[in-house]
Design a protein. Sequence first.
Length: 498
Amino acid sequence: METTPLLQLNNITKIFPGMKALDSVNFTLSAGEIHALLGENGAGKSTLIKVMTGVYQRDAGNIFLEGKSISPKNTQDAQSSGISTVYQEVNLLPNLSVAHNIYLGREPYRWGLIHWQKMNADAKALLTKYDLDIDVTQNLSQYSVAVQQLIAIARGVDMSAKVLILDEPTASLDSKEVESLFRILRDLKAQGVGIVMVTHFLDQVYAVCDKITVLRNAKFVGEFITAELSRSQLISHMLGKELIELEQQAVHNTQHQGEAILQIQQLGNNHTLFPIDLQVNKGQVVGLAGLLGSGRTELCRLIFALDKKHSGNIIFNNTHVNFHSPRDAIIAGFGLCPEDRKQDGIFDQLSIRENMIIAKQIKLGWWKKISLRAQQHLTEQFIKDLQIATSDMEKPIGQLSGGNQQKVILARWLAADPLLLILDEPTRGIDIGAHAEIIKLIRKLCADGMSLIVASSEIEELVAFSHKVIVLRDRQKVAELNPPDIYSQQIMKAIAAS
């Protein structure tokens, strides 16, 4: 006899202006089940969670909790129904005590005042179930991210005790903290709690999850039993490509024999990337392959000093360098086009001209002001060379299309004459024409002697221009491919290897 699912979403559709964020998506969660929700960027995972929890209202479809139709109007409404979410960035209040965070909005009262003694005692008893022996009267900020994560989970379960949604719960945890979290998740599973886990770490999916639902391009791909789904099959479902159908043509690029311009030795960050070795030669394109969350972006950020390195050395032009900030990297001759151009790349209220000259100005120093005439000349030249579609260089960059914004960011770094250019997802979210132009530009820059590191989720793109491909998985380097092994199937196998 089939049991009623704990949580069921049928044919969920969510439409935003100009795009369909969810297209008839299904999701089913049973009580006492840990269920992974997987997919690359833009797959629809975050939107589906926000529909589940009342942040967004669905445009079509139905949601059932224990067989009863629900329509959560907001997160509080979802929580009262039995659905709680713990995000990667713990959304508690660091200036309040641990106990107050746990019972915030539902504090016990006596004689019209908060009953602090009862609240502290209840909090301590609750956290004992999670093997947390801490002073609950201390501010939350006194404790590590791992402890804060467990406190958030304890609060969520205590509030709802039916459905717990974890959004990238292990992103900031070390291996011991991950094991501790998984033990707690298994305990909650045994108590009948249904757990939805969004993560990019496939090893962890296979370690703790019972089922997997895959989304791709806002659509439902399928639901799978974890133990019956091979890693290569999972990768194929996520990327929409079958290994046996991928092009077998080897890359015509030959290994570049120029001397090393960049040598990375055991570069790592305790929270984002295991120590890694990497070498880039002059005039060489090194591709970074891997699924979202594999460590591609984290490596780019470490090299450019956006994140602090905890280990390793960087040798640039035969000199040991220790960048304390991106400004140091820019002055040394580095450039970075970030993955999220809207959040990290553009100054959307500034003009195209101002966005384009800023890296060159930083490299020169603010005391060597670039004249307005020189700025205009440089901007005009790059608008022409990169075919940036705009009627006016003084137009705010935020008014340009995604592809043209990307070209302005590329122009920014080209204007600064970098020796090493790092491109993180340079063609994401742009039209086909701009995509082809940027690929052509990468090849030209390489031919002109520039060295590049290019991180991309588009495997065929990496095959098209890379002299070497580094494959990352679960925040560590798992393979280094050189000609004649740079072709789609080989890269996919390296990503999928267990």
